[in-house]
Design a protein around this ligand. Structure first.
Ligand SMILES: O=C(O)[C@H](O)C(=O)CO
Ligand SMILES: [Mg+2]
Length: 258
């Protein structure tokens, strides 16, 4: 049975983040994840997880100035110091929240900078972070994101991500396989997942078009989720979709998997 994590940057958006944790638990999610915990006191977050009885599955390394359009520091050659400082803060939060996995956002490719230099910077940052996270008992993932939702995001395909992993050459580095982005960037969803299974540390789901609940679009999530089970994927499956109406009204698709 897939283990579902509620992505609180998308679900229960009608209430503040801390309150979303209890709602996710009431609806049967075993874990929560979100883009960023850093605006919140880690003790408050840890307390809310404990009271609700859910785990923290994932969050992202500090990703720069989100409001200004930044989407990660991973590939940015002039932000390496900031990346490293952010890593320390992320480890601090992950230990307080008992979070097993952190996601590194590669970032938007700056105009006019050689792509090979961006690749090298990303690989070096991942190679710096992975062993430090391993020492703290935390896994590292990074995620290809489609160009339509995030124009100029540096990594959009699994081929590119695999090349970066080969350059980084470290243990403790896996992929975040987001079926929504994969559908837009390259398709071949289940065979692609199966080929990379041993290198996948976290999964996320949403339907396409619209990035809404499974069952609202063209992706056959019955088939996809059965495949995850059949293939023995035992990581968290993050529900990273925008509910068509409210989160609760849109949870019908999950009943089959309880
Ligand atoms: O957008 C996504 O798919 C991500 O998983 C993310 O965390 C950045 O928005
Ligand atoms: Mg995602």
């Amino acid at each position: 049975m897939p283990k579902f994590s509620a992505n609180l940057s998308f679900l229960y958006a009608e209430v503040p983040l801390i309150e979303r944790i209890a709602l996710a638990a009431e609806d049967g999610f075993g874990a929560v994840e979100y883009v960023s915990p850093y605006a919140h006191d880690k003790a408050v977050l840890a307390g809310a997880l404990k009271v609700a009885g859910v785990k923290q599955a994932l969050f992202n390394l500090p990703a720069g100035d989100w409001e200004a359009g930044e989407r990660g520091l991973g590939c940015l050659p002039d932000r390496v110091d900031e990346f490293r400082r952010g890593l320390d803060m992320a480890i601090d939060y992950a230990l307080a929240l008992d979070c097993p996995t952190l996601n590194c956002l590669a970032g938007i490719a700056p105009k006019g900078v050689d792509k090979a230099k961006l690749d090298r910077t990303l690989a070096e940052n991942l190679a710096y972070a992975a062993p430090r996270l391993a020492e703290a008992g935390i896994g590292l993932v990074f995620e290809p994101i489609n160009q339509r939702d995030m124009p100029d995001y540096h990594v959009s395909t699994t081929d590119h991500a695999e090349a970066i992993m080969a350059m980084a050459g470290v243990e403790n580095l896996k992929l975040q396989y987001d079926f929504y982005h994969m559908q837009i960037s390259q398709g071949d969803l289940v065979p692609g997942f199966e080929r990379l299974l041993a290198r996948i540390g976290h999964v996320q789901i949403a339907d396409h078009p619209g990035r809404h609940e499974p069952g609202t679009g063209e992706i056959n999530y019955g088939f996809v989720l059965e495949a995850l089970d059949r293939l023995g994927f035992d990581g968290w499956v993050g529900c990273e979709y925008r509910p068509l109406t409210t989160t609760r009204e849109g949870l019908g698709w999950m009943k089959r998997w309880r």
